[in-house]
Design a binder for this molecule. Structure first.
Ligand code: ATP
Ligand code: MG
Length: 744
């Protein structure tokens, strides 16, 4: 046993068990903490940093901590500072992407980038690839841009550029390489880097610049990585080079929670860690502190169905807790309503909203849940999906701002050259593209050429000229403005606000609000948000501030997490739930084809990754877990009949309580269900009056004939039902007037 002589550091070791303590205070050079969900891995990592600083007098400057999301990084920094009672600005805590990006900003020259390089998010990347495949006359049916995107990203995750890839004569590789090459050239020309490129460049920065590497190796003597099971090849390579032979590396992870195989994460990285980093102390943690024994048992039993696990024995001395509740919904609306009802009950008991989460497999599932939450006015925060910086209107505004910094930004020009419409049609843009390709110049330069050399009709030329003048004028007008004034000016002068005003309607209104919100975001963004090396002396009034803001926006949009917020229900995909924990968790859409996802169902590796994802989902819950599935679901426009997920069956039935029957609606004038609340009655718990109409029930209407009840909303005399009539299709009817006859 280690002696903890220094008394003033004892509080760092308090509230840790023996194994955790050994890890935190380990004298070993390298550390691998391999343990199941909720066993305190993240806690150990945070305490280890505090220990290094306080007990071993390591400078915070010498610490580099890597986690998976910006949110986790902020939390980590907060927890270290809390433990030590002071803040540490010089300590680098961030995601792989965030840290690599920071390096590239400081060393753009060594990394072979222009100073004003900008980040291409997934959406921009796809647009660019569409343009490229089109200009290369590639059959889009056969080789969709999306496929090229996957291919390129996968190569970059492996650290491979187009010219590193051996040229096979098969059609697929030939085509992909052709696109990859053209894409690299386009990025190079426009000073753009995608997410994969950030990591690839940061790795090349080490390899090509020994003096830069030596500087950082000298500095970051303590490197700590959370969620290590999800690092991909290039991230691992980057770490390995940085750690070199002398620095200390601590990684924590769980093979059972590896869920990014589809994005190139390599579980082998854990397995070969001992080999690549000799002198590694391996620590296993087996006690789970997060969940009730019911929830933990369910998770353990489920994951036992996977083969080739490193294996572990996770236990808890916590209470048994409530059984897991399973609800079979009629359709996705019924499911959403069930979840919202349960949430409301739970809040009414005085629980905090932020302690609840609804998790789902696909982003598309969120909209129904959002609608149901909005209807009853429960605040929610959505992670992933279309969030602020990914929204069309925001991206348009950002494109204008980007052009102020760099006219040669082709992606930005493509987005806004004719938004709002200013008479620059598809043909004109095509001509400009062709000129750009032939002359190997940017679209902006091609525009100028087209005007000067009368390549365009005079009408088109005038329109293009007006656009160029607008950008130049904006740039001149905004030169000395504050960031938020710049944004305001750009939004109004570009005509974007007017453009949406003309559209009219709720959607347009929210777009305008979002644009206003962008001005606010700029106002709140200050130099504190810019990460500059001490003493770098940057002129923050210049374009640097705008550039930093635009980078932040791209990184935020790429992250799977949203901002911190007030008390709100947390909605997110299972992938974004990693590392988090909540008192109350719902796993929605537990259906074959949805979860496990149909793309991954047919092969064992894919299925096992889905099962790990389910393991992650279950183990997010501390006290209570609900699972739900629907008999039918509308996804991507089609209604399909669904079978319950096999994962439900893999949980021992004695741990699960089925919420027996479906929600029922009471007709006005009929008997009320016992609790007197419409739409809340659950058969089996309340007497079901004869006059109730349940979802899925066949009914007859005097005028419309027979149909099936699809949905309902409202209560009492406001209650309305949606019936899909055989003859006339779907109609909403006020229940108290409709005189529906219930059929057998
Ligand atoms: P995951 O695999 O989901 O990322 P993890 O292994 O990182 O989980 P933590 O999030 O660090 O686990 O810990 C899970 C919960 O258990 C947290 O609420 C943490 O504060 C608590 N916990 C961990 N260790 C202890 C301990 N020794 N005493 C009390 N609570 C603990
Ligand atoms: Mg963790």
């Amino acid at each position: 046993m280690i002696e903890y002589a220094a008394m003033d550091v004892s509080h760092i070791l308090e509230s840790l068990n023996d194994e955790q303590r050994n890890a935190v205070a380990s004298p070993s050079k390298n550390l691998l903490v391999l343990a199941g969900a909720g066993s305190g891995k993240t806690r150990v990592l945070v305490h280890r940093i505090a220990w290094l600083i306080q007990a071993e007098h390591v400078s915070p400057f010498a610490v580099l901590a890597v986690t998976f999301t910006n949110k986790a990084a902020r939390e980590m920094r907060g927890r270290i500072e809390e433990l030590l009672g002071q803040s540490f600005g010089g300590m680098w805590v961030g995601t792989f992407h965030g840290l690599a990006h920071r390096l590239l900003r400081s060393h753009w020259q060594e990394a072979g980038l222009p100073e004003d390089f900008h980040i291409l998010d997934a959406d921009d990347q796809l647009r660019l690839l569409k343009r490229i495949t089109r200009s290369l006359h590639i059959d889009e049916e056969k080789w969709p841009a999306k496929q090229c995107q996957w291919y390129i990203n996968a190569q970059k995750d492996e650290g491979l550029r187009a010219n590193n890839i051996e040229h096979f004569e098969d059609d697929y590789t030939k085509t992909m390489l052709e696109v990859y090459k053209a894409y690299e050239e386009a990025c190079e020309r426009g000073g753009m880097i995608d997410f994969g490129e950030i990591l690839l460049r940061a790795h090349e920065l080490w390899l090509k610049n020994p003096q830069v590497l030596a500087h950082y190796q000298n500095r970051f003597q303590y490197i700590l990585v959370d969620e290590f099971q999800d690092t991909n090849s290039i991230q691992y390579a980057w770490l390995r080079v940085l750690a070199g032979n002398n620095n200390q590396l601590m990684v924590v992870g769980d093979d059972d929670q590896s869920i990014y195989g589809w994005r190139g994460a390599k579980i082998e990285n854990i397995q070969k860690f001992n080999v690549d980093f000799p002198d590694t102390d391996m620590v296993r943690l087996e006690q789970n502190y997060r969940s009730t024994s019911t929830i933990l048992n369910a998770a353990n039993k489920l994951i036992a169905n996977n083969q080739g696990r490193l294996g572990k024995n996770l236990w808890t001395d916590g209470s048994e807790g409530e059984p897991i509740s399973l609800y079979e919904a009629f359709n996705e609306q019924d499911e959403a309503r069930f979840i919202v009802d349960r949430l409301q009950d739970w809040f009414n008991q005085g629980n905090r909203r932020s302690e609840s989460a609804v998790l789902y497999r696909s982003n598309a599932q969120s909209r129904e849940l959002e609608d149901a939450l909005l209807r009853v006015g429960i605040p929610y925060r959505i992670y992933g999906g279309h969030r602020f910086y990914e929204r069309l209107e925001i991206k348009n505004a950002l494109s204008y701002l980007r052009l102020l910094i760099n006219r040669d930004d082709d992606t930005a020009i493509e987005r806004v050259i004719n938004v709002p419409t200013r008479g620059i049609g598809g043909r004109t843009i095509d001509t400009v593209r062709t000129v750009a390709r032939e002359q190997n110049c940017s679209l902006w330069q091609a525009c100028a050429k087209c005007i000067n050399e009368s390549i365009l009709t005079s009408r088109a030329a005038n329109a293009v000229l007006a656009f160029m003048e607008l950008i130049d004028k904006l740039d001149a007008d905004c030169a000395n403005m504050e960031l938020h004034e710049k944004a305001e000016q750009v939004i109004s002068q570009s005509g974007l606000v007017h453009h949406h005003e003309k559209e009219g309607g709720e959607k347009a209104r929210s777009r305008i609000e979002n644009l206003e919100e962008l001005v606010n975001a700029c106002g709140n963004f200050d130099d504190a948000d810019i990460e500059v090396e001490e003493g770098e002396g940057i002129d923050l009034t210049s374009k640097v501030l705008l550039a930093a803001f635009l980078d932040q926006a791209s990184l935020d949009a790429g992250d799977t997490q949203a901002d911190e917020s007030d008390d709100a229900v947390q909605l997110m995909t299972l992938h974004s739930a990693k590392g988090l924990e909540f008192q109350l968790v719902f796993l929605a859409g537990m259906e074959e084809g949805l979860f496990p996802h149909k793309m991954s169902m047919d092969n064992l590796a894919g299925l096992e990754e889905e099962r790990r994802l389910c393991y992650v989902g279950i183990t997010r819950a501390k006290n209570k877990l609900y699972m739900s599935h629907a008999e039918s679901r509308r996804l991507h426009g089609d209604v399909t009949l669904c079978r319950p997920s096999r994962f439900i069956k893999e949980i021992p039935p004695e741990l699960v309580d089925e919420v027996r029957l479906k929600t029922a609606i009471t007709r006005m004038g009929g008997q009320r269900s016992k609790n007197g609340v419409l739409g809340k009655g659950i058969r089996g718990q309340v007497e079901v009056p004869k006059t109730e109409i349940s979802l899925g029930q066949r009914v007859a209407h005097g005028k419309f004939g027979e149909g099936v009840v699809l949905n309902y909303e409202g209560q009492g005399s406001n209650a309305r039902v949606q019936v899909n009539f055989d003859a006339v299709g779907s109609k909403w009817l006020v229940l108290s007037y409709a005189k529906l006859e219930v059929l057998g």
